[in-house]
Write a protein that binds this ligand. Structure first.
Ligand code: CA
Ligand code: CA
Length: 159
């Protein structure tokens, strides 16, 4: 398996999922090494809800301080919502959305989401797993990906 092919496989997953790379890059050095890639994949394809929650939370916590702040929510929602040019001030709509989401998920009312806030909310409503934008592949691209990866597992030996 050469780098080009690896890139192609990763593209299959990332086309619906722009936060993916950040979730894979555990040591934040800007590139994904093989062990990060494999462990990221196993969460994607075989992960439990718990593992997926941890993964998504890390993706959403943009600055890595252990909380999802209003600013981070705003930033992510702004990036993941489709632009609606007809709206006069789309930022206002996003701000409202942030407030509503925070109200729903912020169990200890400190104005930001800790992992335990997030976990409680997701256990009540699984859809909130990706509340701030898609960070897991949809089932279709997941299947395409598996089909390619597991076609010939020996190809992974020479990454
Ligand atoms: Ca944060
Ligand atoms: Ca909180």
């Amino acid at each position: 398996m050469n780098r080009k092919k690896l890139q192609k496989l990763t593209d299959t997953l990332t086309k619906n999922c722009k936060h993916l790379f950040r979730g894979f890059d555990k040591d934040n050095d800007g590139c994904v090494n093989v062990s990060e890639w494999i462990s990221g994949l196993s969460v994607f394809l075989r992960g439990t809800l718990e593992e997926k929650m941890k993964y998504c939370f890390e993706v959403f916590d943009l600055n890595g301080d252990g909380f999802i702040s209003k600013e981070e929510m705003f930033h992510m929602l702004k990036n993941s919502l489709l632009k609606q040019p007809s709206e006069e001030d789309p930022d206002e709509g996003i701000k409202d959305l942030v407030e509503i989401t925070l109200k729903k998920m912020d169990h200890d009312h400190d104005g930001k989401l800790s992992f335990s806030d997030y976990e409680q909310a997701v256990r009540e409503e699984t859809l909130l797993l990706e509340a701030f934008g898609p960070c897991l592949p949809d089932p279709k691209s997941e299947m395409e990906f598996e089909a390619q990866v597991f076609k010939d597992p020996n190809e992974f030996n020479d990454i």
